[in-house]
Design a protein around this ligand. Structure first.
Ligand code: NI
Length: 189
């Protein structure tokens, strides 16, 4: 099932998501729906809060980025109950976008390396280190679980400059080829 994407300004994006148990009802369906919604919306990653589910799950498929980032060609993963335990290396600038903030891209500084513990869709535990583009996407999606949007991390001057744009987006003034839920609209469960 393809879900509409919750748009910037909606309180659902600012909640702290909860860990889930192995008996979480409908987990496989939720994971399948996250991928389906992400592919339909042409995203590289999607976190459950972006479809209005306040649980600590995000999915990534880096294939669309593989031309510029070869490491992403086989990077298709589900992250459940993820915990970033270390962030290290240089702060690297990179342009980011987000399906919840259609039409806006801004430079964000993030640490180059992370160490992350998580479970995959079969509840197999992992403890891995990532760098480069993968570390970038993981950190972006992980932030959604804590109610953090990439625009929170844009430098102060730029943040002031994009304030009006963000307000416009939250009022529905954007173009998107996918369905969205605006602030004030109710999320169907
Ligand atoms: Ni995002």
């Amino acid at each position: 099932m393809i879900y509409p994407i919750v748009v910037y300004g909606h309180p659902a994006l600012r909640k702290i998501a909860s860990d889930i148990d192995q008996d979480f009802p409908g987990l496989n369906k939720l994971i399948a729906d996250l991928f389906e919604t992400m592919y339909y919306s042409e995203g590289i990653g999607l976190a459950a809060p972006q479809i209005g589910k306040t649980v600590r799950i995000f999915v990534i498929d880096g294939k669309p980025a593989a031309e510029d980032e070869p490491q992403m060609s086989d990077f298709k993963k589900v992250f459940i109950n993820a915990q970033i335990s270390e962030r290290s290396g240089e702060l690297v600038p990179m342009n980011e976008g987000c399906l919840s903030i259609p039409g806006l891209r801004e430079e964000v500084l993030r640490p180059s390396h992370i160490r992350i513990r998580y479970f995959d869709e079969n509840w197999k535990p992992f403890d891995e280190v990532y760098e480069g583009y993968a570390a970038r996407v993981i950190q972006h999606e992980y932030d959604h679980l804590d109610g953090i949007m990439f625009t929170d991390k844009v430098n102060l001057l730029r943040r002031r400059l994009i304030k009006g744009k963000l307000t416009a987006i939250s009022k529905g003034r954007f173009e998107a080829d996918y369905k969205t839920i605006l602030p004030g609209q109710k999320i169907k469960s």
